[in-house]
Design a protein around this ligand. Structure first.
Ligand SMILES: Nc1nc2c(c(=O)[nH]1)N[C@H]1C(S)=C(S)[C@@H](COP(=O)(O)O)O[C@H]1N2
Ligand SMILES: [Mo]
Length: 368
């Protein structure tokens, strides 16, 4: 007899020399990253924004879709999209990053969606603030967690589930948390959660529940899979770990010059050039970016451009460089106002989350 255990994989760390498998490649092909040259745009065009979809994109009809608010509230209710659109509308530019970004660079490699550094995007999300809706429902005084349920369904490590994630009440009530129905001035695309998703500025991607269909208030801590099992920073399989929450600081280099097709190493003409990229943190504003051209041995300050997208959006940085013939390994390191910065050595954990180790961009400058 076939069982789900035959097909639903346990969590696992790859062996020392184990290459990326066809299963990991299958995930990578579905869940694409931002092409790094697209770091040039202040606002990431929708088709270039990264994607992460645990199960299938669900079949949701916007004409009949409704959002239910229930659980520990005085007045449970259901609203349709037309009604949500009549409520106050706000737009926030938000840098979204998958908590698994950087996972495939870890040694040993936790086996899951094998991101390198490209699971990020910065989009303009429009919708209505969540907090007033929760207040109108009348939160119970002893409310603890708010659970957000998507319309997508699947198996994960043997457990059948709807995609469901909770936020502590205080975080759900932050004024910048949105029920978003538009991205970059257009209706949400199917892959980004159409017709409705949650946006939690500053938090890693897993909190931004797509295809949102219900919000349930609990008077105890939510013990569902995505909070209690997945998305925890654990030293090993037996460690209860701590929840993954806000985005750690990171700077990425927009790769200079032009690439070799297969290696994607960069070729750059010698001489003066401007190296630039983006930097962000979900904890506090980025206060400085430093650049290395020797793989993290020496550092020089970059210039941070004025913020263009508000407090939840990435910032552009730039660095004037005279490229000398030879091989170089470029990288950038962001520091935020909370004092958090990026390590050169990997911050390893069992799930491969929040790896904000400094990027390595191989550049060859040929002699003229
Ligand atoms: N319903 C639902 N919401 C979801 C997911 C999902 O699989 N199902 N993936 C989450 C994860 S892990 C990330 S990183 C972000 C990705 O959002 P994007 O695909 O719009 O970039 O969506 C989050 N919201
Ligand atoms: Mo993610």
């Amino acid at each position: 007899m076939a069982t789900v255990d035959d097909i639903s994989r346990p969590s696992r760390v790859a062996g020392p020399d184990e290459a990326i498998s066809a299963e990991e490649l299958q995930l990578a092909a579905r869940n694409h990253g931002i092409p790094l040259e697209a770091l040039r745009y202040d606002v990431t065009p929708a088709g270039l924004h990264y994607l992460l979809i645990h199960y299938d994109i669900p079949d949701v009809d916007p004409a009949t879709h409704a959002l239910t608010v229930d659980g520990a509230v005085g007045t449970p209710f259901t609203v349709d999209l037309a009604e949500l659109r009549r409520r106050p509308r706000v737009t926030h530019q938000v840098t979204l990053e998958c908590a698994g970004n950087g996972r495939a660079l870890l040694r040993p490699r936790p086996v899951s969606q094998p991101w390198l550094v490209e699971a990020v995007g910065n989009a303009e999300w429009a919708g209505t603030p969540l907090a007033p809706l929760l207040r109108e429902a009348g939160l119970a005084p002893d409310a603890v967690d708010v659970v957000f349920t998507g319309a997508d369904h699947g198996f994960e490590r043997g457990i059948e589930q709807d995609y469901r994630r909770a936020l502590p009440v205080a975080d759900a009530l932050r004024e910048e948390v949105l029920l978003a129905y538009e991205m970059n001035g257009a209706l949400l695309l199917p892959q980004h959660g159409a017709p409705l998703r949650l946006i939690v500025p500053g938090w890693y991607g897993m909190a931004h529940v797509k295809w949102l269909r219900s919000i349930t208030v609990l008077t105890g801590e939510f013990d569902g899979y995505q909070n209690a099992v997945a998305y925890r920073l654990r030293a090993d399989a037996d460690d209860p770990g701590v929840p993954v929450t806000r985005i750690e600081p990171r700077a990425l280099v927009r790769p200079p010059g032009f690439p070799d097709f297969m290696s994607r190493a960069r070729v750059l003409r010698p001489g003066r050039c401007t190296v630039d990229g983006r930097a962000w943190s979900g904890h506090a504003p980025v206060t400085s970016v430093e650049v290395t051209i020797d793989g993290g041995v020496t550092w020089a300050p970059a210039v941070l451009d004025e913020p263009t997208g508000g407090e939840w959006a990435w910032r552009r940085w730039r660095f004037e460089w005279t490229a000398e013939p030879g091989r170089h390994v470029l990288g950038a390191r962001a520091t935020d106002a909370s004092g958090r910065s990026q390590p050169v050595e990997q911050p390893w954990n069992r799930g491969g989350f929040a790896n904000n180790m400094v990027q390595r961009v191989e550049v060859v400058v040929p002699a003229e």
